[in-house]
Structure formats: structure tokens, C-alpha cells
Write a protein that binds this ligand. Structure first.
Ligand SMILES: Cc1cc2nc3c(=O)[nH]c(=O)nc-3n(C[C@H](O)[C@H](O)[C@H](O)COP(=O)(O)OP(=O)(O)OC[C@H]3O[C@@H](n4cnc5c(N)ncnc54)[C@H](O)[C@@H]3O)c2cc1C
Length: 456
């Protein structure tokens, strides 16, 4: 249609995580100018970074599965496919004071934490789970109930219950079967020859990809502002008209809001009815606390260690430098310890030094040789809205992309479903919201835009 209108439209994007950046890039491809407003000093959101040994490292551990096609498509579009690093990784489990290797189907057969018939049950459970095509049949079931049915009591107590508790704590019993079904389906799809898991990373870390995206947005005529919190929105005749930001008032024709729903609710509160605000507030989130240790030596050969020991407070010990080489970080060995928890949990509120002491005390039980002088530095990162609680009937809780405010669309982590949140889906959601908005603004479809359109 009216090319003038299409090329002069200006969209404000709240949030410079992967969803916001992907949305801005997609708008640019369609001839629409986008301005990204990120409150932090760095781009990347939950996949944001800090510097270790001269290289950027994610504050919270990050990798992709080889079947994360939306992010891989975006990387292709940016001409950066040669920057994707694919590597086999070693997975394990710590249970009853023992380490178990769990990378391949053969490891599963040797998994001595379970009697042999239960190892077979566990293997069959994964196969049966992956055969479920219609996730809606699982919408009203809890993960606990479904996993007990598929694998039996012992498999549940040893493998699944600790995993669900580690990830969702006190609300573990409420988690939907759809959540675990999706995890089982995805992990099975990210394997190389011999059944070993392969994972992907970006040269220079996720920060390097965020920078490539920001550069592409600028080349399209868009803008990316950091340290630019959005403090309010202006609405006239039911339509969004401007954003009040830390870098000034910005007139817009439309907005895509990507922060967690409680943050969006605060921004929208003066302009929408209470029942809509209540809907945004209905989805609950867990916070995450991640301790990152820089060690002078390796802890083990495992990249991803699930901790299925109820006495250990972290759900996983992730030795990042068993994935990305230690030379990338000036010879420092990087270990993450992650815990999902409610924001009022005492651990979340402890000061950083106390968190590190607490962590090292527990880690030394698992690795008795560990000495405090191995630790060259320790960092504590917190994210208030890190994981929506995917409860039964979650599909019905998700607010639609369109809001009561004309021109303002939601594209947030809580809307990713039936998949669990992740940068791959943040990219899908951002591009899909941008494609839908562009159509409303009357933009021409982008050349080769079949992908986002099919995602919408
Ligand atoms: C511990 C942990 C491990 C993870 N591991 C992986 C992994 O291995 N692989 C993977 O793909 N994904 C992983 N994820 C998930 C992934 O990080 C997220 O799904 C993804 O980054 C979400 O992107 P987003 O843009 O939707 O949201 P966010 O990253 O939350 O971005 C929203 C942005 O909005 C900004 N913002 C908020 N309020 C305002 C405001 N008022 N004004 C301006 N800006 C504002 C925030 O600062 C933030 O940058 C992990 C997450 C966690 C917590």
C-alpha cells in the first residue's frame, strides 16, 4: 500500500533482549524504522554478559540446541553462520553422593542409580514422551502425574522429582506436563552421531550476536539505545503515541513491549482496565540466582551436571569451559551454579559475599578437593523474572499479542508456549510480532519474508 506511510512509520521497542532486537531487525527488513530502548547499560537481557579474562561471558549460562532453528535462521540472515560453534558436550547427574555420566543411550544403560529395569523404563519414557504429537492432550495434567505414569515411582523419585523441585521449588507439583514434554522432545532432537548431545554457541558469546543485530538494525536506519529505561507510555484516542524514556520523549506510531508481564503491567496501568491488568498479573514467575566462579583449574570433565541430590541447593553445576575453551577467558575455568527461587527466598536476598560462601561450602561437599584458593573471582547475578511458572492450563493464561491499546503489542517470554522460554523462541516471538505489526502498518512484506510470516 501507501509506501510513504510504510516507510515513515516508527515503532518503539521496549527492551533490548533477543526478542526486542529480533523485532526491530524484522521491522527494518520491512521498511519500518524501529527504536530499541533498553534500560540496562548492555544489550541481551537475560542473555546479557559481563567480561571475564577479556572476553564476554553470559551472566546466566547459555547455549543453543542444534534444532533451535529460529535463532539459526536469524544468524543466517545476518550472514554470521560461520560464527556458530557446534560442539559435543558431556552431561551427567550427581545423585546420592555419586557422579553418573549421562551423555549417550549407553550411559543410560550403565546408570547405576536405578536398577536395570528402571533404566529401560527411563529410556522408554523419553521415547514415549517424544511420540506425543498433540501437546494439548497434556494441558490439564501435571508433569508429576504424567511422569509417574510413564516411568513409574522409582524413576520419578530419582530423576524427575529432584529436577522439577530444582527448577520450580515449592511450586514443582503444579508444573504442567507440557513443560516437561517439550524439554524431552527438544533434548532428544539435539544429538549427533552415537546419540551424544551437541550444543551450539556463538563466537564471542551471545553478546557478539546481540551486537551484530544492533549493527544490522542501525544499518536499516533504526536506533538502539542502552541505559534508556521506558518510564511510561502516552496514549491518545486509544492509540499509543509516545514513550517517556530516560533519553527523552520519543514519538511512535506503534510499540512492541518485551519485558516481563509485571513490568509491562506497570507501564500500561494508567491506560487499561483493571481486569486486563489482573490478566497480566496472573502469570507467576520465579527469580534466578546464578553464581559464576572463575577457577584456576577444572572441577570435572562434565559440561552439564544435573544435581539430583535434595541436600544440594543448586539445580545444576555447569562448567562452561568444558564447552567453550578455557583459552577464551584468559585460562580461567568458568563454573555456573544456578538456582530458581521465589524473590522472597532468603538466598535471593543474601549479600553477594554470603552467597559465595554458602555456595563454596556446598560445592566442597561434592568436590572434596576444592580449596578456596582455586577461586580467582566469584560473581553473583540475579534475575527477578527469569522463568514463568508453566502450570496446568497455561495456554488459557497467556495474554494475546494485541492489547487494549491500539498499536501496542506484547511479545514477552511468558507468551512462549508450548515451548519453554529461550533465546530461540524470543527471536521467533519478536519476529512474529514485528511481522504482524508491519502488516497492520501497511508495510510491504520483506524480501524472503516467508519465515517470519509462517511463524506468526
Ligand atoms: C538461568 C537462565 C539460563 C538460561 N539459559 C538459556 C540457554 O541456555 N539458552 C537459551 O536460549 N536461553 C536461555 N535462557 C532463557 C533466555 O535468556 C530468555 O528466554 C531470553 O533471553 C528472553 O529474551 P527476551 O528478550 O524475551 O526477554 P529479556 O531477555 O528479559 O529482555 C527484556 C529486556 O527488557 C528490558 N527492560 C525491562 N524493563 C524495561 C523498561 N522499563 N525500559 C526498557 N527496557 C526494559 C530488560 O532489561 C531486558 O533487557 C536462560 C535464562 C535463564 C534465567
Amino acid at each position: 500500500m501507501e509506501t510513504d506511510q510504510a516507510t515513515t512509520a516508527h515503532v518503539g521497542i521496549i527492551g533490548g533482549g533477543f526478542c526486542g532486537l529480533a523485532a526491530a531487525y524484522e521491522l527494518g527488513r520491512r521498511g519500518i524504522r524501529a527504536t530499541v530502548l533498553e534500560q540496562d547499560a548492555e544489550l541481551g537481557g537475560l542473555a546479557g554478559s559481563f567480561v571475564v579474562g577479556g572476553e564476554r561471558l553470559e551472566r546466566f549460562y547459555h547455549h543453543w540446541f542444534t534444532n533451535d532453528r529460529h535463532v539459526m535462521d536469524l544468524i543466517d540472515d545476518l550472514g554470521a553462520a560461520d560464527q556458530v560453534l557446534l560442539r559435543p558436550t558431556r552431561t551427567g547427574m550427581y545423585y546420592a553422593n555419586r557422579f553418573h555420566k549421562l551423555s549417550t543411550p549407553l550411559d543410560l544403560l550403565r546408570f547405576s542409580a536405578l536398577p536395570f529395569p528402571d533404566r529401560i523404563r527411563l529410556g522408554l519414557l523419553a521415547l514415549r514422551a517424544r511420540r506425543v504429537r498433540d501437546w494439548q492432550t497434556l494441558e490439564q495434567r501435571t508433569a508429576a502425574d504424567w511422569l509417574l505414569e510413564l516411568g513409574g515411582e522409582r524413576v520419578y523419585r530419582v530423576v524427575w522429582e529432584p529436577l522439577l523441585r530444582g527448577k520450580f521449588g515449592a511450586v514443582a507439583a503444579e508444573v504442567s506436563a507440557v513443560w516437561i514434554w517439550n524439554k524431552l522432545k527438544l533434548r532428544g532432537g539435539s544429538r549427533g552421531k552415537g546419540g551424544a548431545e551437541q550444543l551450539a554457541y556463538f563466537r564471542g558469546g551471545f553478546a557478539a550476536l546481540a551486537e551484530r543485530l544492533a549493527a544490522a538494525i542501525a544499518a536499516q536506519g533504526g536506533r538502539v539505545h542502552t541505559s534508556a529505561a521506558v518510564r511510561g507510555i502516552e496514549v491518545a484516542d486509544g492509540r499509543v503515541t509516545a514513550l517517556d524514556t530516560a533519553v527523552g520523549r520519543i514519538a511512535v506510531d506503534a510499540v512492541i513491549a518485551t519485558p516481563a508481564l509485571p513490568i509491562v503491567a506497570e507501564l500500561l496501568a494508567p491506560h487499561v482496565p483493571p481486569d486486563y491488568l489482573a490478566r497480566l498479573g496472573r502469570i507467576r514467575y520465579l527469580a534466578n540466582l546464578c553464581v559464576v566462579l572463575e577457577l584456576d583449574r577444572s572441577l570435572s570433565a562434565t559440561y552439564w551436571l544435573n544435581v539430583n541430590d535434595p541436600g544440594f541447593p543448586f539445580v545444576g553445576v555447569i562448567e562452561h569451559t568444558n564447552f567453550e575453551p578455557v583459552d577464551s577467558y584468559g585460562g580461567r575455568h568458568i563454573v555456573y551454579l544456578s538456582k530458581y527461587l521465589p524473590e522472597d527466598d532468603p538466598l535471593y536476598r543474601m549479600d553477594d559475599a554470603a552467597v559465595v560462601d554458602f555456595t563454596l561450602g556446598h560445592l566442597a561437599r561434592m568436590f572434596p578437593d576444592l580449596r578456596p584458593d582455586w577461586v580467582r573471582a566469584a560473581h553473583v547475578w540475579r534475575a527477578r523474572f527469569s522463568q514463568p511458572i508453566v502450570e496446568r492450563g497455561y495456554a488459557g493464561l497467556i495474554p494475546p499479542r494485541n492489547t487494549p491499546i491500539t498499536g501496542l503489542k506484547l511479545a514477552t517470554m511468558a507468551q512462549i508456549y508450548p515451548e519453554d522460554r529461550g533465546t530461540n523462541y524470543a527471536v521467533r516471538e519478536g519476529r512474529a510480532a514485528a511481522a504482524a505489526l508491519a502488516a497492520e502498518l501497511g508495510a510491504e512484506p520483506a524480501a524472503g519474508a516467508q519465515r517470519p510470516a509462517s511463524m506468526a
